[in-house]
Design a protein around this ligand. Structure first.
Ligand code: MSP
Length: 522
C-alpha cells in the first residue's frame, strides 16, 4: 500500500437525522451514498473523514418524550440506537457519529453564538409573523399558501415576541457571487439555478432563538438564558463541531473546507443559504460542495406514514440482503433525480445484474479452477488478442469510475464496472473454456482463459468494494487474496496481473441467489 498523502483530505457528511423518526429508505439512501464515497476515496489513498449523526433538539423531540412520559434526553438516548444499529447492518463506515445533545457539540454552538453576538452579527428584535409548529419554522405573510404553511400545508399560528436574529441579509450579495464563482458549490446544476433564482428576492435575517416558555429542549443561548437556539442553527453546526472546530484545530484544519455535504432536495435552502452565510459571519470558508439528491417514491406513491408505505431498510435487508439493497439504490436512478422504489424493479436488478451477470460468472470460473486445476489459480501463458481485449476493458474502466464518482454519478460508475463484468462474460462465451477442457485437453490455454477471467473478477471485486463491501470481501476470500481488501489501493492493486498463480481458491457458493419474484411479499 502506498503511504497516505496527508494533503489529500476528503470530508463527507450526511444530514443529521431527526432522532425521533423511524429510519427509512430516504435516510439509508444518503448514508449509503456517503459511505460509498468514503470507502472509494480511502481506496484512492485519501485521508477520509466521514461524519453522520442525529439532530436531537426541538419541539418534536420534546413532545414525543412528553407523550412517552420520559425526559427528552432519555428519549433521544433510546431512539438514537435505531440509527446506529441500522448503520451497522448497512456496513456504514462512518468515522464518527455526532449527536447534537453531546457537550462537544453544544459548546461549539454556544461559542459561535456568543462570538456572533459580540460582533453585532446577532441582534434582538421583535418577531412578528406566522409559525408552523410541526416544521418549527417561521413564515412571513407572503410565504403562506392560502394561509397555511407552504412546506407542510398545515395551519400556522400568529405570534409576536422578542427574539434574536442573525444578520443573514447582509451576506446576500456575497453569497450570490460565491455561488456564481464556484460551479461546484451547489450541485446538481438545476439546484444551483434554483438557489440563484431564490436569491433574486431579498433575503431576510434569520431568527435564531426560541423563547424557553415555548420550547425548553434546545441549546441555551449563552447571552440570554430565557432562550434556546433555533434547531437548524444548532444542527448545521454539527458539520464543524463533529470534526473538532474549537477543540481539535489540527483535525479541523486538515478537513475543512474540503467538505461535501450530501443532502436531500428538501433541505437545500438551509444548506445552501443559511449555512454558508453562518460560516462567513463566523469567519470560516464555506464547504466545497452541497449536493442535493432526489426523493424516492414507493410503487409510484409518496412515502408517508399515513399511507403506511414507509420502506424500512431493516426489512429490506432481511429480504434481499444488505449489498443488494446498497446496489439497487445506487444503480437504479441518477443521484440528483427522483426515483421510484418498486419490488419488481428490485427483484429484476438482483436477478439480472447480481445473480446472473456477476454471480454466475464468478461461480463458473471458480468451479472450473476447482475441477481442472484442483483449485489452484493457473499460471497464464502468452496472451492472445482476445485476452488483451479483456485487459484493455478493465484498464479503461478504472479512470471512468473515478470520474463518475467525482460527479457523484453512482449509477454511471456501477454501469462502468459492469462493462468489465459483461466483457468477462463475453470472453468466457468466446473462449469456451469447458470445450478447451473437454476437447483439446489444452491445459495451458485453459489455464490462461481461467486466469484472465479470475483476474478480471479480482479487479471487479476491488472496484465494487466501496459499493458492496461484504460481497467484495467474499469474492476476495474466495480468490484467496491474502491481504484484506481494505488495505488495498487502486494505484497499486488496480493494475492487471495482481492475482497470484498457485493460490488456492475456494469452492464457490452463490454470491447472490436468484430470487423468485412470486416468493417476495415486500
Ligand atoms: N434534521 C434535518 C437535517 C439537519 S442537517 C444539518 C432533517 N432530518 S430528517 O430526518 O428529516 O432527514 C432528512 C433526510 O432524509 C433529508 O436529506 C431528506 O431529503 C431525506 N429524505 C426524507 N424522505 C426521503 C425520500 N422519500 N427519499 C429520499 N430522501 C428522503 O431534515
Amino acid at each position: 500500500m502506498t503511504p497516505l498523502k496527508p494533503e489529500r483530505a476528503f470530508y463527507i457528511t450526511t444530514p443529521i437525522y431527526y432522532v425521533n423518526d423511524v429510519p427509512h429508505i430516504g435516510h439509508a439512501y444518503t448514508t449509503i451514498a456517503a459511505d460509498i464515497l468514503a470507502r472509494y476515496k480511502r481506496l484512492e489513498g485519501y485521508h477520509v473523514f466521514f461524519l453522520t449523526g442525529t439532530d436531537e433538539h426541538g419541539q418534536k423531540m420534546e413532545k414525543a418524550a412528553q407523550e412517552r412520559g420520559v425526559d427528552p434526553q432519555t428519549h433521544c438516548d433510546e431512539m438514537v440506537q435505531r440509527f446506529q444499529s441500522l448503520w451497522q447492518r448497512l456496513n456504514i463506515s462512518n468515522n464518527d457519529f455526532i449527536r447534537t445533545t453531546e457537550p462537544r457539540h453544544k459548546k461549539v454552538v454556544q461559542k459561535v453564538l456568543q462570538d456572533l453576538f459580540d460582533r453585532g452579527e446577532i441582534y434582538q428584535d421583535v418577531y412578528q409573523g406566522w409559525y408552523c409548529i410541526p416544521c418549527e419554522r417561521f413564515w412571513t405573510e407572503k410565504d403562506l399558501l392560502e394561509g397555511k404553511c407552504p412546506d407542510c400545508l398545515r395551519p400556522v399560528i400568529e405570534i409576536s415576541e422578542n427574539n434574536y436574529f442573525f444578520r443573514m441579509s447582509k451576506y446576500q450579495q456575497w453569497l450570490i457571487e460565491h455561488i456564481e464563482n464556484n460551479e461546484r458549490f451547489v450541485l446538481p446544476r438545476s439546484r444551483r439555478n434554483e438557489i440563484l433564482g431564490f436569491l433574486r428576492s431579498p433575503l431576510e435575517d434569520l431568527c435564531v432563538s426560541r423563547p424557553k416558555k415555548r420550547l425548553k429542549w434546545g441549546i441555551e443561548i449563552p447571552f440570554d438564558t430565557d432562550y434556546v437556539t433555533y434547531v437548524w442553527f444548532d444542527a448545521l453546526i454539527n458539520y464543524v463541531s463533529g470534526i473538532g472546530f474549537g477543540s481539535r484545530e489540527d483535525r479541523f484544519s486538515q478537513f475543512w473546507p474540503e467538505a461535501i455535504h450530501l443532502i436531500g432536495k428538501d433541505i437545500l435552502t438551509t444548506h445552501a443559504i443559511y449555512w454558508p452565510t453562518m460560516l462567513r459571519a463566523a469567519g470560516l470558508i464555506p464547504p466545497q460542495t452541497v449536493f442535493a439528491h432526489g426523493w424516492w417514491t414507493i410503487e409510484g406513491k409518496k412515502m408517508s406514514k399515513s399511507l403506511q408505505n414507509v420502506v424500512e431498510p431493516n426489512r429490506l435487508i432481511d429480504v434481499y440482503g444488505v449489498d443488494a439493497v446498497r446496489y439497487f439504490l445506487m444503480r437504479e436512478v441518477p443521484f440528483g433525480t427522483d426515483g421510484d422504489f418498486s419490488r419488481s424493479a428490485m427483484v429484476h436488478r438482483i436477478n439480472s445484474d447480481l445473480a446472473n451477470d456477476l454471480g454466475n460468472l464468478f461461480s463458473r470460473a471458480l468451479s472450473m479452477v476447482v475441477r481442472y486445476f484442483d483449485g489452484f489459480v493457473p499460471k497464464p501463458s502468452l496472451p492472445q488478442a482476445v485476452d488483451r481485449e479483456l485487459e484493455e476493458v478493465s484498464k479503461k474502466v478504472f479512470p471512468q469510475v473515478s470520474r463518475h464518482l467525482e460527479d457523484l454519478a453512482f449509477n454511471k460508475a456501477l454501469a462502468s464496472i459492469w462493462e468489465i463484468v459483461s466483457a468477462a462474460n463475453k470472453y468466457v462465451d468466446e473462449t469456451a473454456p469447458w470445450s478447451l477442457a473437454k476437447e483439446t485437453k489444452d491445459r495451458p490455454r485453459l489455464g490462461t482463459v481461467l486466469y484472465q477471467t479470475l483476474e478480471s473478477l479480482r479487479l471487479v471485486a476491488l472496484l465494487l468494494a466501496a459499493f458492496m463491501p461484504s460481497t467484495s470481501e467474499r469474492m476476495w476470500s474466495h480468490l484467496n487474496v491474502e491481504e484484506p481488501i481494505w488495505g488495498k489501493n487502486f494505484e497499486m492493486d488496480g493494475t492487471w496481473g495482481g492475482l497470484k498463480p498457485g493460490a488456492k481458491v475456494v469452492k464457490p457458493t452463490p454470491l447472490f441467489p436468484r430470487i423468485d419474484p412470486a416468493s417476495i411479499t415486500l
